[in-house]
Design a protein around this ligand. Structure first.
Ligand code: PLZ
Length: 453
């Protein structure tokens, strides 16, 4: 295969290291970056990208890295996926912006039609489009408050919902997301999360006990009739890829329905095929009242949505929702290309296949390395939690070292978790199996190297 001047699916699918990581040209750019980019914006792996596609990212020094990050769960259809490029490119040439609130265009409507069709539940649905995940979550809360005429919002330990003022309040972790940035929005109440690996009485009791605790705490501390919305990630992302055990989500959803509370599934990280279903709540047949989406929705272009029951979505008065760029025509065209790709290539099945390859391999590694305390996740949203051997004490230092070692060997992996001790894998769903296996070999090599006595 010859190297092409553009990215996308035609890029050679190989790991190729021609310099140390980062190479000299990346290091030079990083210096320029440091002079003019604010410190608060951090960098996981300072290689500067020139092309990306399929399962690889290529840098300015000519290195080709295996992508187990997808730009934090965004490029599920691959970078510069053909249908995304074609549709967004065509839109770019016709017009770039009018503002949907001023003079509308069809692609926004078409994206909302797709959202209505693809999200769980066969009730009438409506959507509103925004630019970022945080904006979608903020608007979901506005809509729920408007509909219920209530104020309280319930969220969970380890939850992540964004970096704006309200979503900082909804987010659990102080450093780096909140520290020094308060005061935060009021009327936000945090409940225990069903975290099986750390549940004090064992994973088998986690679903039932956690749900009972949540419900009791809402009733005793907030009052169910004061709660506008419960906001939850069906599998928590930034908080550590925490997958609540079967039964927890349906129980919370039922409680919401019984008490007139809007149940909001934040599927910004889990949605659009990532977990092996179109949406992660489908795994247990849960039908949220509202669902927030972003990331995978538009194949790398900035687009987010709130979708849900028409009567809830219509509660906000005309002019109450919006934004200059929300549902930008180029991003909408990209989303239609991404959705076409997900349907055409059956990407839910591709995500399940990735899980079938990764989970057994990581479980084998867990048997070999006692530092791997837990292997979890679904589809192409997979993680290992690292601990001090024989305990459940987090080992954030080792987690960082493993990630660094993988980066040095040309595999982009990310970390997450309240305790910083989770190594997470989010490959593009179109990654080839040979690259996936090679990436896993590199990860195993990093464990070998760093856990040797
Ligand atoms: N809800 C569930 O995962 C974004 C954050 C990266 P935005 N997660 C990546 C970082 O450190 O900023 C996310 C999410 C869930 C909301 C969001 C927020 O989405 O598009 O980053 O605003």
């Amino acid at each position: 295969m010859s190297a092409l001047s553009h990215g996308g699916p035609t890029l050679p699918q190989e790991r190729r290291l021609v310099t140390e990581i980062p190479g000299p040209l990346s290091r030079e750019l990083f210096e320029r970056r440091n002079a003019v980019v604010a410190n608060g914006v951090s960098t996981t792996l300072p290689v500067f990208v020139t092309q990306a596609g399929g399962g690889v990212v290529v840098d300015v020094d000519g290195n080709s890295l295996i992508d187990f990050g997808s730009g934090i769960a965004v490029t599920s259809v691959g970078n510069s996926a053909e249908a995304v490029v074609n549709r967004a490119g065509e839109q770019l040439r016709r017009f770039t912006h009018t503002c949907f609130m001023v003079t509308p265009y069809e692609s926004y409507v078409a994206v909302c039609e797709q959202l209505a069709e693809l999200t769980p539940g066969d009730h009438p649905k409506k959507s509103a489009l925004f630019n970022s995940g945080a904006e979608a979550v903020e608007n979901a809360v506005k809509i729920a408050r408007s509909y219920t005429k209530r104020q309280a919002v319930v969220v969970f330990d380890h939850g992540y919902h964004g970096r704006t003022n309200l979503t900082m309040a909804l987010t659990a972790k102080n450093m780096p997301y909140k520290d020094g940035f308060g005061p935060f929005a009021p009327e936000v109440y945090r409940m225990p999360m069903a975290y099986p690996f750390h549940w004090p009485t064992g994973p088998e009791n986690c679903a039932e006990e956690a749900a009972a605790q949540v419900i009791s705490q809402i009733e005793k501390q907030v009052g169910a009739t004061n709660v506008a919305a419960v906001v939850i990630e069906p599998i928590q992302g930034e908080g550590g890829f925490i997958e609540p055990p079967l039964g927890f989500l349906p129980r919370i959803a039922e409680f919401c329905t019984a008490n007139g509370i809007v149940f909001i599934a934040d599927e910004i990280q889990t949605g659009f095929c990532r977990t092996g279903d179109w949406f992660a709540v489908e795994h247990e047949g849960v039908v949220p009242d509202l669902i927030t989406t972003a990331k995978g929705l538009a194949g790398g272009l900035p687009l987010a949505g709130v979708t849900g029951r028409a009567e809830i979505m219509d509660a906000a008065h005309a002019g109450g929702l919006g934004g200059t760029y929300g549902g930008n025509p180029v991003a909408c065209a990209g989303a239609l290309g991404a959705i076409e790709t997900m349907r055409g290539q059956d990407l839910p099945a591709a995500a399940r296949r990735i899980g079938e390859i990764m989970l057994p391999r990581l479980n084998k590694m867990a048997a070999r390395f006692p530092q791997i305390g837990d292997v979890r996740g679904r589809g192409a949203m997979i993680a290992v939690e690292l601990v001090k051997p024989g305990t459940k004490e987090p080992d954030a230092a080792l987690t960082g070292q493993i990630a660094k070692a993988c980066h040095a060997q040309g595999v982009i992996v990310l970390t997450c978790g309240t305790y910083g001790n989770v190594l997470r894998f989010l490959p593009p769903l179109v990654i080839g199996e040979d690259l996936l296996t090679e990436g896993l070999d590199v990860i195993e090599g990093a464990f070998e190297q760093l856990t040797a006595a």
